[in-house]
Design a protein around this ligand. Structure first.
Ligand code: NAD
Length: 373
């Protein structure tokens, strides 16, 4: 495995590294870890990586790795740089024949995501998109129960993703400049919807298997001189006229990482909350509400295979991400595995189309806007 970004100061790099080791399918051997080459070397030294495979940038990474015999060459490359770099980096890697594990949002525009999808198909590489939360055993249990019809005919889906970390910076224009997620050149077209709304959207389509046909969105930048949304709500019209909602905010003051997905059908409801990921609330119509937990026989095969520990040993984001890495490893080796084991480029295209439809809806006076796919 190689990694682009993810070096010393990075936030999400460590989650990817631990996740890759957890499944015991990957070994980090090189990368272009940082914009600063000295810091990249310091990072490599700390991890006892071969300095000759610590490259100053992605161009050198690709050039030097391709010079190696295939059996020595890095097989999968993780892209954990800021948003604006995902598309050019993923494109370069796919075209060079590497399998790619990429952070979200997959690109800056939906057209770029469609282009990547074509390239993935053309070059026959594996592309995993790390919508981390899809790896949790109880999210997979929720997906299995919905598919088995346990909660009946669906009629309402609600995904909420509330954080508060932008509140302390947004009121001061100088502080805002220190946050790349608020800079359109680095974050892309959207802050809140691109960063976390897209996770919530993905959770809806992932758990229900439904497709969103159109959205009606309202976004808030809070200040006229802040160009990107930091809060927003999107009403969703899904297949079969099912109603849904994505509520996302980064100014939900003092909230931490409150991602909740709730799905309701005519026979019952299911609710999962990221801050307490081992509990899946199952509320059968007319019955006793239950809390389902990982590691038990009553769970689906998909949930069971996604749990490493015996019941009662909490597993978290590292383990969830590890499940995506495991799924991608199976695909790279061409081994049959579980459906839905990792989100791919199709999910990336769906996510980008959602973001663009949300922006179009909000900018055109909160009108219903089709997701054309
Ligand atoms: P960060 O700013 O903490 O880290 C970015 C890293 O990329 C830094 O190490 C930086 O040196 C490196 N970098 C930047 N440009 C580079 C270049 N040209 N070549 C090599 N390295 C370069 O950012 P972060 O919070 O870790 O976010 C990174 C990505 O991960 C974002 O796209 C974000 O949306 C995504 N993310 C996803 C999740 C999730 O739950 N899946 C959570 C957090 C972040």
């Amino acid at each position: 495995m190689g990694m682009i970004g993810g070096g010393l100061s990075s936030f999400i790099g460590i989650v990817h590294r631990i996740a890759s080791y957890t499944g015991e399918e990957y070994k980090l051997v090189g990368g272009a870890f940082d914009t600063d080459y000295d810091r990249a070397l310091e990072f490599a030294n700390k991890l006892e990586l071969d300095p000759s495979r610590t490259y100053p940038n992605i161009d050198t990474f690709v050039e030097k790795e391709l010079e190696l015999p295939e059996e020595e060459r890095i097989e999968a490359v993780v892209v954990v740089t800021p948003n604006f770099l995902h598309y050019p980096m993923a494109k370069q890697l796919i075209q060079a024949g590497f399998n790619v594990i990429c952070e979200k949002p997959v690109t800056n525009t939906a057209a770029e995501a469609v282009e990547l999808e074509e390239l993935v198909n053309k070059h026959k590489v594996v592309f995993a998109l790390t919508h981390t939360y899809t790896g949790y055993p109880m999210v997979r249990q929720m997906k299995s129960m919905i598919a088995e019809g346990v909660i009946g005919k669906l009629h309402k889906v609600d995904a909420q993703y509330y954080q508060g970390w932008i509140n302390p910076v947004i009121h001061d224009p100088e502080k805002r400049k220190t946050v790349w997620r608020l800079d359109p050149a680095k974050a892309g077209q959207s802050c809140c919807m691109g960063d976390i709304g897209v996770h919530a959207f993905n959770m809806i389509e992932y758990t229900t298997g439904l497709k969103t046909e159109r959205v009606l969105a309202d976004l808030n930048t809070l200040y006229a001189d802040n160009p990107l949304d930091i809060d927003g709500t999107a009403l969703l019209r899904l297949d079969n006229d099912i109603r849904g909602i994505v509520r996302a905010s980064q100014i939900a003051t003092a909230e931490e990482n409150r991602l909740t997905i709730a799905v309701y059908g005519d026979k019952g409801g299911l609710r999962w909350e990221q801050e307490n990921p081992n509990y899946l609330y199952y509320m059968p119509e007319g019955g006793v509400a239950q809390v389902l937990k990982p590691g038990h026989e009553y769970n689906s095969d998909f949930a069971k295979i996604s749990t490493r520990m015996a019941p009662g040993h909490p597993e978290g984001i590292f383990d969830s991400m590890a499940n995506l890495y495991l799924g991608a490893a199976k695909a790279i080796r061409g081994e049959a595995y579980m459906d839905g084991a990792f989100p791919g480029i199709r999910d990336g295209v769906r996510g980008m189309k959602f973001i663009e439809a949300v922006l179009a809806s909000a900018n055109n006076g909160n009108v219903w806007t089709e997701i054309v796919d």
